[in-house]
Design a protein around this ligand. Structure first.
Ligand code: SAM
Length: 242
């Protein structure tokens, strides 16, 4: 199903509110919507189905990562737990210079993201089918990325442990969160130390149209992560670093 005229206007206006002109990228968002709605009939990729919800809560919400101001230029980026390609696909559409790596544990989701990226003609992409706990210990990927983006994968303590070992020193984790994130960040200063992380900023904003409160948590990788991190999934879940 293609985006309706209302859907396109919603995307244009919402992106403008976030400081972006997506006009030149509308054909790709239109195609992305088409592919997502089609694939969602076969496999359950996302619970959001209504056009307005997809535009606001997937497309615009993904683009809000740009408010971090840290996604400009030819950066190596990893989208950890990308699911159906969020936030990575919308970011790659509007910032084609980003070398976007999509990491996802569920094979059918990653296959959809790869097929969609190919159909959209997005070069400079890579697709990693695995758990972040494993990928972050592979020499090829460890401490390799300039940026990690992550949405809806877990509490801050868990995602910090998954993402920071993937970042080079000087890189940034950009985590999309809600207003309740303050509680998740209790103990972060100490908890981030073995990962080499330092909490730099929590940026508050409203998602266009809905008024929903959002936070971007920006953590700098200031020093190498201790080699034992990330631990196995059970250990992370049982004893979070914070
Ligand atoms: N980021 C997408 C979004 O916001 O629409 C997907 C969110 S979905 C709730 C969480 C996704 O993260 C799932 O697709 C799941 O398979 C994946 N995931 C969870 N833990 C993971 C891990 N340790 N490594 C890789 N993928 C993971």
């Amino acid at each position: 199903m293609r985006l309706s005229e209302e859907g396109k206007q919603l995307l244009l206006e919402g992106a403008r509110a976030l400081g972006e002109d997506v006009g030149p990228h509308l054909p790709r968002f239109d195609r992305l919507y088409d592919l997502l709605t089609e694939a969602n009939q076969q496999v359950n990729l996302t619970a959001l189905r209504e056009e307005r919800a997809v535009v606001i809560k997937h497309f615009l919400d993904s683009l809000s990562c740009l408010l971090s101001g840290r996604l400009e230029g030819e950066l190596e980026v990893i989208d950890v737990g990308t699911g159906a390609g969020f936030p990575g696909l919308p970011l790659k559409i509007v910032r084609p210079a980003l070398r976007m790596h999509f990491l996802e544990a569920t094979r059918k989701k990653l296959r959809y993201v790869e097929e969609t990226s190919t159909a959209l003609g997005l070069p400079g992409t890579a697709f990693l089918w695995d758990r972040a706990e494993a990928v972050a210990h592979q020499p090829r990927w460890r401490e390799r990325f300039d940026r990690a983006v992550v949405r809806a994968v877990g509490p801050m303590g868990e995602i910090s442990e998954l993402c920071l070992p993937l970042l080079r020193v000087g890189g940034y984790l950009i985590a999309q969160k809600g207003p309740e994130v303050g509680a998740e960040l209790e103990g972060a200063e100490e908890g981030l130390k073995p990962l080499g992380g330092v909490l730099e900023e929590v940026k508050a904003f409203e998602l266009p149209f809905t008024g929903d409160q959002r936070r971007l948590v920006i953590i700098k990788k200031a020093a190498p992560s201790a080699p034992r991190y990330p631990r196995k999934p059970e250990a992370i879940a049982r004893h979070g670093l914070f």
